[in-house]
Design a protein around this ligand. Structure first.
Ligand SMILES: [Zn+2]
Length: 342
């Protein structure tokens, strides 16, 4: 056996295959050359194995080339014969016209981030819950320690409904779902609440009157600040990656005591300070705290027996940070040229 011998065998096979007139003949040629035991090419494999190693590798290359060329030719001729056997195209239809590229869609970056947060929280035993977007003052404010005269209400520029819906409002946060859950049945609760919220903000690069929040609540006997810290550290690490630092700072919210804000180290400067983080090296991403005893009482729970924590974050803001968007409104304008890039 020589290279020439193999090459000639291959060429003869290709010629015969290209001339095969129907599928039966093609099958005959396939057996003749590639049949497992007695095929003209397959038989050479056994001879190849008897050769000394250097010779075997040289000839082996030629052998593989010939075998592959024959396999491809068989496939090609089969496709040609199948096409020839198909009924003729209707008049006026050109089957050789290239097809239009298929476009694949994907989830919106905010939807994907919400799904991601839900998945991470689910691994910690949090169940996803939805609530109404039209709320009453009681659930949106009063039961959350925000009575009518409370100054913190000013930070929630609220859309109040008029006409027959007078007395109702568009929820300014997802927190009313905490109350609805706690009032619906006894603890323990571990819920994650994604949804739209509304505030009368003027649209600008960091504000939009409609945005998303994801809220978490955990209430049971013996839930402590350490549980909150552990949950947040895990959650933030899972969303941003383990290389980013997490920092908790004391803060104030009317419905938690104590209250904490969580920062993640800036992904651009790695904590050194840059334009993105306004030189701070950290970016605020989440508010949280231990559920205020009065809120538990408002929900009909005994704060002597139960305790819990809550946290809330803005997936739009996190998506903007994650993808380096300068203007949060880019996420809502549905410009496909931009969204395709995510
Ligand atoms: Zn930075």
């Amino acid at each position: 056996m020589t290279e020439t011998d193999l090459r000639e065998l291959g060429e003869r096979a290709l010629e015969e295959i290209a001339g095969a007139g129907d599928e039966a003949e093609l099958e005959r040629l396939r057996l003749l050359y590639l049949g497992r035991r007695s095929g003209l090419i397959s038989r050479r494999a056994a001879a190849l194995a008897q050769l000394p190693p250097e010779r075997r590798s040289e000839l082996g290359r030629e052998f593989n080339r010939a075998k592959q060329a024959v396999e491809e030719a068989l496939g090609r001729r089969q496709a040609e014969l199948a096409l020839g056997a198909a009924p003729p195209a209707p008049a006026g239809m050109d089957l050789s016209w290239p097809r239009r590229a298929l476009e694949r869609g994907h989830q919106h970056p905010v939807a994907r981030l919400i799904r991601e947060i839900e998945d991470v929280a689910a691994a910690l035993g949090f169940e996803s819950v939805r609530g109404p977007e039209v709320e009453d003052d009681r659930h949106n404010f009063e039961l959350l320690n925000l009575p009518p005269e409370h100054p913190a209400r000013d930070t929630h520029d609220t859309f109040y409904l008029e006409g027959p819906a007078q007395g109702w409002l568009l929820r300014t946060h997802t927190s009313p779902v905490q109350l609805r859950t706690m009032m619906a049945g006894p603890p323990p609760y571990r819920i994650i609440v994604p949804g739209r919220v509304y505030r009368r903000d003027n649209p600008d690069p960091t504000h939009n009157p409609v945005f998303f929040q994801v809220e978490g609540l955990c209430v049971d006997e013996g839930v402590s600040l350490a549980d909150l810290k552990g949950t947040l550290t895990y959650l933030i690490g899972a969303i941003f990656g383990p290389e980013r630092g997490v920092r908790l700072r004391a803060s104030y919210f009317p419905y938690t005591e104590p209250s904490l804000e969580a920062d993640v180290s800036c992904g651009f400067c790695r904590g050194g300070g840059c334009r993105s983080c306004l030189g701070k090296g950290w970016i605020e991403i989440l508010g949280s705290g231990m559920v205020h005893p009065q809120v538990l009482r408002n929900a009909g729970l005994d704060p002597e027996r139960y305790s819990g924590f809550a946290f809330g974050m803005g997936p739009d803001r996190i998506a903007a940070l994650k993808y380096g968007l300068e203007d949060i409104r880019d996420l809502y304008e549905n410009d496909l040229r931009l969204l395709e890039g995510f």
